[in-house]
Ligand binder design. Structure first.
Ligand code: FE2
Ligand code: FE2
Length: 393
């Protein structure tokens, strides 16, 4: 299987994973042969990348860290929780941040959220989600297919998966994993109190507009803060996931100490980030950057990987970044790459396999030569051959 950008998908190619619509109904089944009409419709619906199954890449297995069934279940829970809560705020006046805060604290909004079947189901379903994550040691790929409409829900799931695999690597106990999962699933819920047109604005934001978007952190916290089923640790993940180690984040400019503290995740010092949020900051950044957004194209995984490595100590908790780099391959399985150095310079292909002891040096299957002609596949193993360098395309 190979992950392809929709622009390089041509009629006759076969779909490797199903495609779901806005309400998670199946649009196209796995195994469907794509026609020009299907491709055009997928483009129109905003699908940026899809999975293609073909002869040359049939031996490449892209393991989703969670099954389609559990992903679908959790995504639907999050979607419904958002929608139910959103419906309860239709009449709030949102002219100032104070008026939004007041509205969030009205019994109608709080109770609708807390007592909704969707939220209760989300909390119940977290156990099955955690059970599947527990079987994973590294992230061989994040296989969500995002569109403008489903972005927030898929992003919440992917950020949760990354966070939980980091947390698992740190041997955090189940209680903490659950706190992180709830916090991550709902980390951007404050966005429901912000104008959707502003969130999806294609152009550059003015400083005032950016200030408004920043408030999703405080709004999310306000909604979740005194709900028993959430708990204060989970509520602080939405609140703090855009804070930075150097104090230059938002909304409060908290600091981090760049250390891993495996003790109880508590809220001891009020000017410091909690570790759950420090993990979320890395996971959120990674997933947001690799995703296409209305205002910019997604960056390739290798570029985002380097941004996180370079942000260690200032933007992100330094010790946590080391942990992240040990579970996240630089070039995920199934991604398209180009050779930039070595014998097959400018040949392109797909990442075929990652050995856990060589997370940045995968095995690659080359499918096209430097003139873009299809070739008989050639395998190169970067863990054995130091002269090769590649980049995601
Ligand atoms: Fe956010
Ligand atoms: Fe986010």
């Amino acid at each position: 299987m190979i992950k392809k950008h929709i622009n390089s998908v041509t009629p006759g190619m076969v779909l490797g994973k199903p495609i779901y619509g806005e309400n998670y109904e199946i649009l196209l089944k796995k195994g469907v042969e794509l026609t020009q009409g299907y491709i055009e419709r997928l483009k129109a619906r905003g699908y940026a990348c899809i999975y293609i199954e073909d002869k040359d890449t049939e031996d490449i297995v892209i393991n989703d860290p969670i099954s389609d069934k559990i992903r679908l279940m959790a995504t639907k829970d999050i979607l419904k929780t958002y929608k139910v809560t959103q419906a309860s705020i239709s009449d709030i006046e949102a002219d100032t941040s104070e008026s939004v805060m007041r509205s969030i604290n009205t019994p109608k909004v709080k109770r609708t959220f807390q007592e909704s079947q969707a939220f209760k189901q989300l909390v119940t379903d977290i156990d099955s989600f955690l059970d599947e994550i527990m079987g994973q040691d590294i992230l061989s790929g994040l296989n969500s297919i995002k569109t403008v409409d489903n972005y927030t829900f898929e992003h919440s799931i992917d950020a949760a998966i990354i966070s939980l695999i980091i947390a698992k690597k740190l041997y955090l106990d189940k209680k903490k994993l659950k706190q992180i999962a709830i916090g991550e699933f709902l980390h951007d819920i404050g966005k429901i109190f912000i104008d959707i047109n502003l969130l999806n604005k294609p152009g550059k934001l003015t400083p005032e507009e950016f200030d408004k978007i920043k408030q999703h952190t405080s709004f999310g916290y306000e909604l979740l803060k005194d709900i028993d089923a959430i708990g204060y640790v989970s509520a602080h993940i939405p609140y703090q996931h855009h804070e930075r180690q150097d104090g230059k984040g938002y909304p409060r400019g908290l600091l981090g100490n760049n250390k891993i503290d495996k003790g109880e995740i508590t809220y001891v010092e009020h000017d410091k980030m909690i570790m759950g949020a420090e993990i979320a900051a890395v996971a959120d950044f990674y997933d947001a950057c690799i995703s296409d957004r209305p205002y910019r194209k997604g960056m390739t995984p290798d570029v985002v990987y380097d941004l996180i490595r370079n942000g260690a100590g200032t933007q992100f908790n330094k010790e946590l970044v080391n942990c992240f780099l040990s579970v996240m391959p630089k070039y995920p399985v199934g991604s398209e790459v180009k050779v930039t150095q070595g014998m097959y310079k400018d040949f392109t292909g797909v990442v075929a396999f990652i050995d856990v002891s060589h997370m940045t040096r995968p095995r690659v299957k080359l499918l096209n030569d430097d003139k873009k002609n299809k070739i008989k596949p050639i395998e190169i193993d970067l863990s054995r051959e130091a002269s090769y360098e590649i980049q995601c395309i």
